[in-house]
Design a protein around this ligand. Structure first.
Ligand code: NAD
Ligand code: UDP
Length: 385
């Protein structure tokens, strides 16, 4: 069961050598990381990688867009490391509740995933987005500062770039987001830059994700959007399992190889590893990190038709396609310049679209209705390895 506190897992054995190298300072105790939004799609994968790397992880999540089953499955997949996982159902807009969590544990760093992410909804409900993504971030930073915790990895987005004219898009490109969601990410980044300018003890890494897709290869963790998916691959996945009849392609007359939009899809496992790499950088006392942005992408552009074809191959399912209008504000081509992350974080994406589609289909076929799938409860806490 998940309660406010430790997640029941198996009892412990000693941490592995790799764990000591990563999650602890060597001779010192295991490092503890607060993970906001750790029950969500990217957060759950990152928490599992953190535990495997020997960190202790305390998840806070309001479960606004996620299920506590994701946390229980992380615990089950983590095996012995589950003893290093705790969960608190907390809304980060509630400063007192955050204060209680910080009073109960000393955190060496925070990874801040919590927030709302649907671009279309952010246009309809901008105040809701500013409330979660900005007010929530300000609360978190205030409580961190009050407790002397000044190491942060923040989930930013390629949305901060808007629609750049050229790709690869590097971290120096102009920051001109097109919608309230992207603006919340830019404002949160600016707040982080201002905080660092005011107090150079802060060490902050802003991770600008490109297009996260895929799932944990076990098939037990994956993306489970509420309502109609906004993004391409969750939509494709729902068509493949029979929940929707077809995918509409948003324009096939772009100046690209096949006329459809090009993006940089990145496996969620690679993204999760990027967070471990970012933490290592924050804990590396020989590096002057300050407040730095890094793109997390593969550096490769893939068209809508290419990734849908790859998914058809992986799943053996035909995905009916309808050609529709361009989506307003969409970039024609957007992929990441990855050199800075490779050089400075020593991180590089390992997986291609074949693995992304294979793992996404494995998750979709085992959990056609996400964490609400009928057989989900059978997998509660009893995952075989
Ligand atoms: P997600 O919705 O699966 O996870 C976000 C988590 O935050 C959810 O579990 C949700 O319940 C929680 N949450 C939301 N508001 C909260 C609040 N006020 N207090 C506590 N918890 C709250 O989304 P994700 O895809 O895992 O994204 C994680 C982060 O990465 C988000 O900040 C998102 O903006 C950013 N990001 C995502 C993508 C993407 O395509 N998935 C791309 C770029 C950036
Ligand atoms: N797309 C599409 N149909 C959909 C959703 C998305 O053709 O139902 C296209 C979209 O125009 C873009 C690509 O797929 O070229 C990725 O879109 P997504 O919303 O997943 O990511 P983003 O545009 O935010 O990078």
């Amino acid at each position: 069961m998940v309660v406010n506190g430790a997640v029941n897992g198996s009892s412990g054995s000693s941490p592995s050598r790799a764990a000591l190298a990563n999650g602890s300072s060597g001779s010192g105790p295991t490092r503890t990381v607060l993970v906001t939004g750790g029950a969500g799609y990217i957060g759950s994968h990152a928490v599992l990688q953190l535990l495997a790397a020997g960190f202790r992880a305390v998840v806070v999540d309001s479960l606004e867009n996620s299920s506590d089953l994701a946390v229980r499955r992380v615990a089950a997949l983590a095996g012995d490391h589950a003893r290093n996982l705790a969960f608190h159902k907390v809304d980060i807009r509630d400063e007192d509740a955050l204060e209680t969590v910080f009073a109960s544990s000393r955190f060496d760093a925070v990874i801040h995933f919590a927030g709302l992410k649907a671009v279309g909804e952010s246009v309809q409900k901008p105040l809701l987005y500013y409330d979660h993504n900005i007010l929530g971030t300000i609360n978190l930073l205030k409580v961190m500062a009050a407790h002397g915790c000044k190491k942060l990895v923040f989930s930013s987005s390629a949305a901060v770039y808007g629609s750049p004219k050229n790709s690869p898009c590097t971290e120096e490109f102009p920051l001109t987001p097109h919608n309230p969601y992207g603006r919340t990410k830019l404002i949160a980044e600016e707040i982080c830059r201002d905080i660092y300018r005011s107090d150079s003890e802060w060490r902050i890494i802003l991770l600008r994700y490109f297009n996260p897709v895929g799932a944990h290869p076990s098939g037990y963790l994956g993306e489970d959007p509420r309502g109609t998916p906004n993004n391409l691959m969750p939509f494709v996945q729902q068509v493949a399992v029979g929940r929707r009849p077809s995918v509409t392609i948003f324009g096939n007359n772009y100046a690209t190889k096949d006329g459809t939009g090009v993006r940089d899809y990145i496996h969620v496992l690679d993204l999760a590893d990027g967070h471990v790499a970012a933490l290592r950088k924050l804990f590396d006392s020989s590096s002057n990190i300050g407040c730095e942005p890094y793109n997390l992408g593969t550096g490769k552009g893939t068209s809508v038709l290419e990734i849908v074809n790859a998914f058809e191959k992986a799943s053996g399912k035909k995905i009916p396609l309808v050609i529709g209008q361009r989506r307003p504000g969409d970039a024609e081509v957007l992929f990441a310049g990855t050199g800075k992350a490779e050089r400075e974080l020593h991180w590089k994406a390992k997986y291609g679209i074949t693995e992304m589609c294979r793992d996404q289909w494995n998750w979709a076929s085992k959990n056609p209705y996400g964490y609400a799938s009928p057989d989900s409860t059978k997998q509660n806490g009893s995952i075989s390895h």
